[in-house]
Design a protein around this ligand. Structure first.
Ligand SMILES: Nc1nc2c(c(=O)[nH]1)N[C@H]1C(S)=C(S)[C@@H](COP(=O)(O)O)O[C@H]1N2
Ligand SMILES: [Mo]
Length: 395
């Protein structure tokens, strides 16, 4: 298991302060405008990026490296699709190179007919194309929300596969295993495990859940699970099992690490009138927005951010400047149900000096994105969906 990843996902205010301090000592006096990084952040000819003052001046999202977590520089988020080269990458074991020629997906367990499909057989099935964005359940202000991406995916429905196999009446849990492997210490014994996540049969039978082999018009890249991965639109990234090799139907809950022990949110909840500490597996993406980019063009400033949720339609995205009234931001209401929604807010007459910018999103049920103070008591790092105030200095 990678300690690197654990440190990347380790969330605390202390960490963030440390990160800022390190960045500030490293970056003091650096000529930001001359950094090659800035040219990668897709600016229009008349646009310049305005640095956030809550970010180290030399903040750098490192390029993709084999085996490593990758997070993107969220100031670069300006296009609806995230390029395959920049989409974030998280894996908890290794990144196995699967031989496509001999690759087989098996469907086993409580089914009438076991399936064994090669990629040609999977590609010949009914094609479904979907825009979906997702973030790691550990995405947070610490990496300025960089564990995120939005892409167009092509594949075929999991429902179709399960119907062809014929799920027996007592099959209630669909477990998806990846080809990647690691050693886990469980009750003091070292055991070999493959990455695994499960879905209740009702979730697995949603027509939107796919096994996908194309990402943004290209074959699924190695780091994103080639040749085949699960895609559960509207769920946190952990559900999207990469290097998918086996789908197993069983009559009881799957208790593997990534369902039962890790990616488990502990929070204080009202459970039928009793206040209890509840442990819950990370599943559907909580209603969230964040500001990631401010650009300047002439005298006008443009604030850009993203919204992610479980696919519930949105009522409004709003921005507040220096604690002032909430103002409507613009977002694409026609974007795909499960894609992220990028929003922009035209900030006119920005005064010279320090400012605090924050966004919030409201869905069609009237649910409002929580402020940090409104978040439930929640000592785990998972599901960091609070409003994220940003600091910026207008020169
Ligand atoms: N086989 C396998 N699938 C996996 C993982 C993994 O470790 N192994 N990590 C999960 C987690 S925690 C996340 S956030 C997403 C990341 O997907 P991406 O690397 O394509 O962005 O993959 C998920 N699927
Ligand atoms: Mo994740």
């Amino acid at each position: 298991m990678s300690n690197h990843k654990d440190s990347i996902l380790n969330e605390s205010r202390q960490d963030r302060r440390e990160l800022l301090k390190q960045g500030l000592t490293l970056g003091a006096g650096a000529l930001v405008a001359s950094s090659p990084l800035w040219s990668q952040l897709a600016m229009a000819a008349d646009e310049t990026l305005v640095p956030f003052s809550d970010m180290p001046p030399e903040y750098i999202a490192p390029p993709v490296a084999p085996g490593a977590t990758h997070y993107l520089d969220s100031r670069g988020i300006s296009a609806f699709y995230t390029s395959n080269a920049d989409f974030y990458i998280v894996q908890h074991y290794n990144q196995p190179a699967v031989d496509v020629a001999t690759y087989k997906l098996r469907v086993t367990g409580l089914v009438n007919k076991t399936l064994e499909l090669d990629m040609a057989a999977i590609r010949s099935r009914p094609k479904v194309e979907i825009d979906a964005g997702f973030e790691c359940g550990g995405n947070s202000p610490r990496l300025f929300q960089g564990l995120i991406g939005n892409a167009r995916w092509v594949g075929t429905s999991l429902k179709g596969l399960l119907e062809e196999a014929g799920v027996k009446p007592d099959g209630i849990e669909v477990v998806c295993y990846g080809r990647d492997q690691g050693t886990e210490k469980i009750r003091d014994i070292d055991v070999e495990q493959n990455f695994g996540r499960s879905l209740h049969i009702n979730d697995a039978m949603s027509p939107d859940v796919l096994v996908v082999y194309e990402m943004n018009g290209e074959p699924l890249p190695l780091y994103h699970g080639a040749p085949l991965r699960l895609l559960v639109p509207g769920w946190y990234g952990v559900a999207n099992v990469k290097w998918l090799s086996q789908i197993h139907v069983q009559d009881r809950r799957f208790m593997g690490r990534f369902m039962g022990r890790d990616y488990v949110t502990l929070s204080k909840q009202d459970i039928g009138g009793e206040i209890r500490w509840e442990e819950r597996s990370v599943t559907r993406i909580r209603l969230k927005s964040a500001i990631v980019r401010v650009t300047k063009s002439g005298a006008s400033h443009k604030i850009t951010g993203f919204v992610l949720n479980d696919g519930t339609p949105l009522r409004a995205v709003e921005v507040s400047i220096d604690g002032g009234p909430w103002q409507a931001a613009t977002f694409d209401r026609n974007a795909g149900k499960y894609s992220w929604k990028l929003f922009t807010y035209q900030w006119n007459n920005a005064k010279v000096g320090e400012h605090t910018l924050v966004s919030r999103v409201i869905d069609s049920n009237g649910q409002v994105q929580a402020t940090p103070e409104e978040m439930p008591e929640k000592p785990t790092r998972w599901e960091n969906y609070a409003q994220f105030p940003r600091k910026i200095k207008i020169a």
